[in-house]
Design a protein around this ligand. Structure first.
Ligand SMILES: CSCCC(=O)C(=O)COP(=O)(O)O
Ligand code: MG
Length: 230
């Protein structure tokens, strides 16, 4: 059985600065107009209503927008925020306001693994539509065809082992046949608890203090996809 590779995005395939300095400010600035123009769309309303209820019953869209902007500033990984961000980024990618850079070692490794028959999948806090937008608008072109599956927090929290069990199930693989790649040790802990193999990506441009020894909590640690041994 070929190892399946399940990868995180931010801090693993894509720089934290792209997400924080390009994607988040774009969504923050576009939110008021987006909610005004699309607030009656049932898919948008669904997520706005979840934010309103969870925030104690916000009764005006302006209050919901302010709450969401606060969540962006705090980098909250809330499923509703992530779904709305994905819808907003669609216009940015479509209009060519940005493309998605990947760390330089990522594309050669993904292509090599794919060509060698390793199934590839993504698990990110970014919504599945946002993941597909990102991988279809990379600096290296459309990489979506390389992937067999996309998972977001609708399947469960990234620090919860059950999420990884469910993903293994959906991919029709046993957890031991899956290698999870992430920059966040708590996510790797959860994947390991579920029985997956794990590798910590320690991207020194984003994590200037290398996570060595106890900081890596027993996970294999690499600084590049090129150093991953399947
Ligand atoms: C794919 S959408 C952009 C990234 C994002 O919003 C995010 O929260 C990424 O979190 P990750 O789980 O990939 O570290
Ligand atoms: Mg990450």
């Amino acid at each position: 059985m070929k190892t399946t590779i399940l990868t995180d995005i931010e801090g693993t395939t894509s720089s934290i600065s792209f997400v924080r300095d390009v994607l988040f400010p774009y969504a923050r600035a576009a939110l008021p107009d987006f909610v005004r123009e699309h607030g009656d769309d049932p898919n948008v309303r669904h997520w706005l209503d979840i934010v309103a209820v969870e925030s104690g019953g916000l009764c005006q869209d302006a209050m919901i927008v302010e709450t969401l902007q606060g969540w962006i500033d705090q980098d909250r990984k809330h499923t509703a925020l992530k779904a709305l961000q994905g819808l907003i980024w669609e216009a940015g990618y479509r209009d060519g306001d940005f493309t998605a850079p990947l760390y330089p070692d990522v594309v050669p490794a993904l292509r090599a693994w794919h060509d060698a028959g390793h199934p590839l999948a993504v698990y990110s806090s970014g919504s599945v539509p946002a993941q597909k937008l990102l991988f279809s608008h990379t600096d290296a072109g459309d990489l979506v065809p390389l992937f067999r599956g996309f998972f977001d927090t609708e399947i469960g929290h990234k620090r919860d082992a059950d999420s990884y069990r469910l993903i293994a199930d959906r991919l029709d693989r046993s957890p031991g046949d899956i290698l999870f790649l992430s920059d966040v040790v708590e996510e790797l802990d959860a994947a390991r608890d579920a029985g997956m193999r794990t590798v910590l990506l320690d991207r020194l441009e984003d994590y200037p203090q290398p996570r060595l020894d106890e900081a890596a909590n027993g996970h294999l640690r690499v600084e590049s996809f090129a150093d991953i041994v399947l």
